[in-house]
Each structure stands twice: as structure tokens, then as C-alpha cells.
Design a protein around this ligand. Sequence first.
Ligand SMILES: C[S@@+](CC[C@H](N)C(=O)[O-])C[C@H]1O[C@@H](n2cnc3c(N)ncnc32)[C@H](O)[C@@H]1O
Length: 242
Amino acid sequence: MTWHEWQDAPWGRLRYALAEANLSRHLTDHATVLDLGGGNGVDAARLATRGFHATVVDRSPEMLADLPDRVTGVEADIATADLGTFDVVLLHNVIQYDPSLLAPAIAAVRPGGLISVIALNRHAVPLVTAVRSTPAAALATLDQPTQRTELFDTDIQLFTAEEITDRLSALGCTPLAHYGIRAVCDYIADDTSKHANYADLERLELALTARSPYRDLARMFHVIARRDNSMSPRPVASADPG
Ligand SMILES: C[S@@+](CC[C@H](N)C(=O)[O-])C[C@H]1O[C@@H](n2cnc3c(N)ncnc32)[C@H](O)[C@@H]1O
């Protein structure tokens, strides 16, 4: 499956629809949005359509070449670029490739602004594996800190919302909300049915995204936090995830 095919499939569409709905509970009019590792700008384009000024920073020229016109693109490495400061910074499905990018992302949030982090949820991995593979395979994933992703053919690091929330607090942010993205979709083994039932599935996912315990086992977590007014992050006890 290619990146575009993933984005257009029901599970990709849900990922972006849920992120937009969750963010819309927190955004104020005319906010400036910086989408770090924003890829081809699907999150940014949705927010630009709602009237926000959206900029994508990504190191991949191929991704940036695919950006819609209403989004500004900047080719740069998050770790080293001078990013400036924005009202809202998105770091969506990036920390699993490099958790140290959390610190520069927070530095790009203006004091009092918002950081939005989405990543794969480690709590979901044994259950999704049990549904889609075998109980033995699911057992083998328990407590595993990494997983192979076929889409990008690489190993990724797995976190929980609790870990990232703690990290955000340590880096000078106040957590505001924890959502789950795809609390149901990935536990339905029949992918074909998701095309026919997409509208109902999206309504169900939207109803569950903020509800515990459903959100806690969703395929991805979505954490939103406010950067504290002090410009310097609190001291950090350990270096990982940064
Ligand atoms: C899985 S894609 C996610 C894209 C987008 N956030 C989304 O969810 O649709 C990860 C993106 O992060 C970008 N990326 C990873 N590390 C980066 C870095 N250090 N600087 C800039 N971009 C980076 C990659 O080029 C890729 O486009």
C-alpha cells in the first residue's frame, strides 16, 4: 500500500477526520499553525480550509511537492531549523521515528499556544495483533518498545499517551486533553466492510474519541497541551523521549 492509498483508505480518512475534530475543540480563530513533519499536508490543508494560516515543515521534497496551494511548505529538518513561533504546532505521527523532535516542536509554540501530538499507541499493539494475526504473535508484542511498519519499511518506537503527557509536562506544557484515534476501526478484521460502512464508522469513532476506556486502546493517541508562559522548559530528568 502506498502513502496515498493509505491516506485515502477508511483508516487513513479516519485518522485525519478525528484529528481535525479533536483539534477544533481547542483552536481559536485566526490561529497560525505549524505542522512539523507535516508530509503532504493533509492535516494542514483541513485547517487551512477552516481559515487558519497553515505552514508545513518537512525534510522530504517529495512530500512537499504534493502540498495543496493553500498550505505554505518549508523544506527543513525539524531538529536544526530556525522554526520561529506559532499559535499551534502539530507533531503528528513523527515522534515514533524520532522522539527527540518533541523538544524543538515545543520550542516553536508561542507561550500560551498549543502543541498537538499524535502517535501509535503501544497499548493497542497486542490487541490489534491478536485480532489480525495469532495469539502467540500478540503475546510476543507485549512490552515491546518497537514495531516494524510496512508502509515506511522501518522500525518505529512505541509510546503511550501517559508517557508523552508526562514528557510534555516535563518540557514546560500543561496537558489539556487526551483523545483516541480509531478506537474501533483496527479491531474490525474485515477491511472491506469499512468502505461500505465508512459514514457510520466515522460517527462511531467521533463519539468515542474522548471517552475512556475506548480512547485508551485506540490505535493512536492524540494529546493536546498548552505551552506554559515561561519561555524555558522545566529541567528534564532523562533524554528519551526528548
Ligand atoms: C509518517 S509521515 C507523517 C506525515 C503527516 N504528519 C501525517 O500524519 O500525514 C512522517 C513525516 O515526518 C517527516 N520527518 C521525519 N523526521 C523529520 C525531521 N527530522 N525533519 C523534518 N521532517 C521530518 C518525514 O519526511 C515524513 O513526511
